[in-house]
Each structure stands twice: as C-alpha cells, then as structure tokens.
Design a binder for this molecule. Structure first.
Ligand SMILES: NC(=O)c1ccc[n+]([C@@H]2O[C@H](COP(=O)([O-])OP(=O)(O)OC[C@H]3O[C@@H](n4cnc5c(N)ncnc54)[C@H](O)[C@@H]3O)[C@@H](O)[C@H]2O)c1
Length: 505
C-alpha cells in the first residue's frame, strides 16, 4: 500500500460522479473521470470546472488557483486509462451485475495496492467485493447529493474489507473537509438506517388518523425542529423511490417491525402520486410550491372558563400563567372545572383521563415535549366534547402560539417520533454498526436533524424516552416500539445515552 493517495479514478460521470470529481480535485488530488456513455465524462468535467469556477466569482479562490484545480481533472476515454489510480470510486447505475462486472474489469487494470470503492446506496458491498480476486481492497464510499455540500461520507467496511483500506478511505475523505463516518455493511448503512424512524412513525400517525399530513409535518417542524416533516420529505424524494427504499430496508432486515413500511404507500404509488415531480403527492403543487390549506380560525375563548391543571403536569406553572393571562380561572378541583388539562408521557389522553379518574368529555392533553414555548400539540380523548376542545384550543392559542389539535395518540406526535428516532439510533449503536460519535454526526450532517439522536434522547431524558416506548408498546402491542437494550441498560445505570461501551474501546 502506498501512503499518499494522489490519483483518483471516478467511474460513472452522472449526478454523483461529477460531484465526487469536484470534491477530490478541490482537495488537491489528480482525478481521472470515465463514463461508458460517449461524451459523458467530458461533460461531467466541464460541469465540475464550472462549479469550481464559481469560487472565483465569489472570491473564495483566485483565478490562478482555479487553473491549478482545473488542471488536476481529466476525462479519459477507456477504463485502461485508470491504471495509475490509487483509488477508483464507482458511481455507475445502481445495478449489482453492472457494478460487479465493472469491479472485475477494474481489478485487471489497476495496481495491486489500489482501492476499489462503490458509491452504492442500497447494494450489499460484500456482493460487489465477492466479484473480485482481492475482496479486501473493496469498500463502500457513500456520498450524498449534492456531494460538495453534503458534508458527510459513509465509509462502508464490508466483511472482508481490510482495516487499512477503511482507514485510508477515512483519511482521504477527512482531508476533503467532509466528515467520514465508518459503518458496517448493513442495510441502509448508517444515515438511511437512522432515517427510518421519521418516515415510518410519520406514516403510522397518519394510519391511526391522529391528524392529517400537514398537521404531522407542521408539528415536527415547528415543535420538534426538523427542517422538513416526513411527508414533505417523501414528496421531495418521490414516493416511487422512497417507497422502494422503505420496502428494501425492511426486507433486508428480515421484517424487523421497527422498519415496517406502511400500506398507505402502494396505492399512492400506483396512482402516480409521487410528489413534487408528478405535481401531486401528499401535497398538491403549483409552480413547484406545495398548496397548503389555509389555517382554520382559532375558536373564541368562552366568557367564563374554569381550568384544572394536573398538579403533576410538566408545564404546570406555564399553563397556570397562561390561564391567568387569558382571563380564565384556575379550578383547584377537577370536578368543578370546565376543562381539565393533563400532560402524559407515552400514553394517550383517554388512558390518562381514566387513570386520574377525570371526566373524559372535559379532558384534553397538552404535549410536554418540547415545552410550551414553541408550537403546541393538543390531544383529545375519544370523548372530549367539542366545547372543551374549542376552549382548550382558544386557551393555548391565546398568547399567539400555534396549536395543532390531534386525536388520541400514545406519545402525541413529537414524543412518538423522537422516541422512535432515538431507539433506532440506540440499536445501531448496540449492534456496533457505527460508533456513537459517527452516529451523531452522520444524522446531523446527512439527515439535517438539529441534533444527534442520542444527544436528543439525553436532552429529553433517557428515562422519559424509555417510558414513551414502553407506553406505546403496552398500548399498541406492536413490537416496533420495544426499547433497545442500549437504552434499557443506560437508563438502569443512570448513564447518558451517549455513553459508549467502556470495554469495547
Ligand atoms: N443520486 C443520488 O442522490 C445518489 C446518492 C447517493 C448514492 N447514489 C448512487 O450513486 C450511483 C450513481 O448514481 P447517479 O444518481 O449519479 O446516477 P446517474 O444515472 O446520474 O449516473 C450514472 C452514470 O454512470 C454511467 N454508467 C453506467 N454504467 C456504466 C459503466 N458500466 N461504466 C461506466 N459508466 C457507466 C452512465 O452513463 C451515467 O453517466 C448509484 O449507485 C446510486 O445508487 C446516488
């Protein structure tokens, strides 16, 4: 093995290949680009140069530096021209046989020390490696689109990949300024595996008629801080594509309930409701923008309203202040109240009303996560009277904060989705698919979540995350909610969820 990687080959000059060319040329490497489609490599080089040239316009690099970078990139006409490459990254079509055939051909071209890396999103890297005489030199190198802007790259260690190959790829990526995360050759690798929770739980909420598509997205954006809700994301990637990924990951994990896709998807795909690209998905699109229904008017606060707040409520003080500022009165006994407010963790409003012996027709629940400062979620029992619903909505909106009304759901929306996200990340850590640090950074950088999943779990409190999962498991009986042993053990010892196994090193 040589120590310094200086020449890189990129095979497949499409969307991903051209971004990979740009990234490595900017990082100082000589990059040779090949595509089997006549003229495609030259067009990719032109495109990459155009992107790099923008740096001159923006004053980030000088014209002289641009010339140096541009001089490092070359389109080549045949695979044999890659003979001098230390690393070849393939980004050809996502087809097992095409990639296996390519790796077999490449092995005959490159030097014995050269690394062969695949940008596959969904294939088993070991299956590509198995086509080679030296599988130890084959690894996954999974970039995200657009490559120069998505600052995380997964280095996938297949079962026979040599450790020094993983280390060399990690160092190669790190030198570009992107974050390299090392992951095992498991379905969805790291980022797409960790991203399952938001989609599958979003779809479960819709299946259960907890609220509508726009309601789920709004709560997750405004209350939880996700950049986009699950349905907005599905419309962006296209349900035809995402639906296949959901099914493929579920199948590859041998029907693990945590990844179970939704029966809501197939009929919509059959109907061509793919999302933005087809003009209609979960939302309708006009001029490329989703057409969202105008918000319904908030009901007026009744002239007189006596409100009882569960003394155990997480936001008891803030709710009491809201009652005061809205001009309602505080009832010290639930029996005398027009409205009873509870704040359960991991259970629904009906069960909480029953547990506390409250009149369900006058009871509502307010999500304690993430507190009252942001968007508020108001959950009804199955029996909440319309008058109590309207009074509660008016009270919660009285200081101008947005409110989404939902029906009974153990864990509301935010609790359920976040507990699911944390649980999946915990299980990735438990299985040693990636290190805690790599999981945290990959999710922030690859999925754009405001924080890493285990840190998010710690911010909520491991004990609470566990209570939410146990509550959902008990109420639904669905094993998708069974907590990962990673959570159970850290909560048992009072340790942060970010705590790695001490003896694993
Ligand atoms: N597009 C994404 O968002 C994305 C993200 C991550 C990973 N990936 C993966 O990256 C790979 C490429 O995806 P893409 O979106 O860039 O595809 P693309 O269709 O834009 O480009 C593929 C290119 O490969 C060329 N090609 C096909 N077979 C070839 C062969 N045998 N030898 C040389 N060139 C060949 C094609 O002519 C084409 O230019 C796939 O494995 C895909 O799963 C894609």
């Amino acid at each position: 093995m040589q120590d310094n990687i200086v020449t890189l080959g990129v095979v497949g000059a499409g969307t991903m290949g051209r971004g990979i060319v740009q990234l490595f040329a900017q990082a100082g490497h000589r990059v040779l680009c090949f595509d089997s489609f006549e003229g495609a490599a030259a067009r990719a080089v032109e495109f990459a140069n155009g992107m790099i040239g923008r740096g001159v316009e923006k004053g980030r690099i000088t014209a002289a530096e641009f010339d140096i970078i541009r001089g490092r990139i070359e389109a080549v006409g045949q695979l044999q021209d890659l003979a001098a490459c230390d690393v070849v990254v393939e980004a050809v079509i996502e087809d097992l046989e095409a990639k296996r055939a390519l790796f077999r051909q490449l092995e005959a071209v490159v030097a014995p020390h050269a690394i062969l890396a695949s940008n596959t999103s969904s294939l088993v890297v070991a299956e590509l490696a198995a086509a080679c005489a030296h599988p130890g030199r084959v690894a996954g190198l999974h970039f995200f689109n657009p490559v120069p802007l998505m600052r995380v790259v997964e280095v996938i260690a297949a079962v026979r990949t040599e450790p020094q190959v993983v280390e060399r790829l990690r160092a190669l990526v790190a030198a570009t300024g992107h974050r390299a995360v090392v992951t095992a050759d498991q379905p969805g690798f790291l980022v797409n595996h960790a991203g399952r929770g938001l989609y599958t739980e979003g779809l479960r909420l819709l299946e259960e008629q907890v609220t509508d598509v726009a309601g789920v997205d709004r709560v997750l954006r405004e209350a939880a801080g996700f950049r986009m809700g699950p349905f907005e994301l599905l419309d962006l990637t296209g349900l035809d594509v995402s639906g296949k990924v959901m099914t493929s990951i579920y199948e590859q994990f041998h029907h693990e309930p945590r990844f179970r896709p939704s029966s809501l998807v197939a009929p919509r795909v059959a109907a061509g409701l793919f999302g933005r690209k087809s003009g209609r998905g979960w939302y309708e699109y006009s001029g490329g923008e989703p057409v969202k229904a105008a918000a319904l008017a908030v009901p007026a606060l009744p002239a007189s309203l006596a409100v009882w707040i569960d003394p155990a409520a997480t936001d008891h003080g803030a709710l009491l202040a809201l009652v005061g500022s809205a001009g309602a009165t505080h009832a010290t006994a639930a029996a005398q109240a027009d409205l009873c407010i509870v704040q359960p963790w991991g259970t629904d409003a009906s069960h909480e009303a029953a547990r506390l012996g409250l009149d369900a027709t006058r009871t509502v629940a307010v999500d304690p996560l993430p507190g009252l400062a942001r968007h508020r979620t108001l959950m009804l029992t199955v029996a909440t009277a319309p008058a109590a619903r309207d009074a509660a909505q008016a009270l919660l909106a009285s200081d101008g904060t947005g409110v989404t009304v939902i029906s009974d759901s153990p864990g509301f929306i935010v609790q359920r989705v976040l507990a699911t996200v944390v649980n999946i990340a915990a299980q990735i850590a438990q299985r040693g698919i990636a290190s805690v640090d790599d999981i945290e950074d990959a999710v922030r950088l690859g999925l754009g979540y405001p924080r890493g999943p285990l840190a998010w779990g710690d911010a909520i409190g491991g004990e609470r995350v566990l209570a939410i999962l146990r509550g959902m498991l008990e109420l639904t009986g669905d094993p998708r909610y069974r907590p990962s042993p990673w959570l159970e053990r850290r909560v048992a010892l009072g340790l942060p969820l970010l705590t790695p196994e001490a003896a694993r090193g």
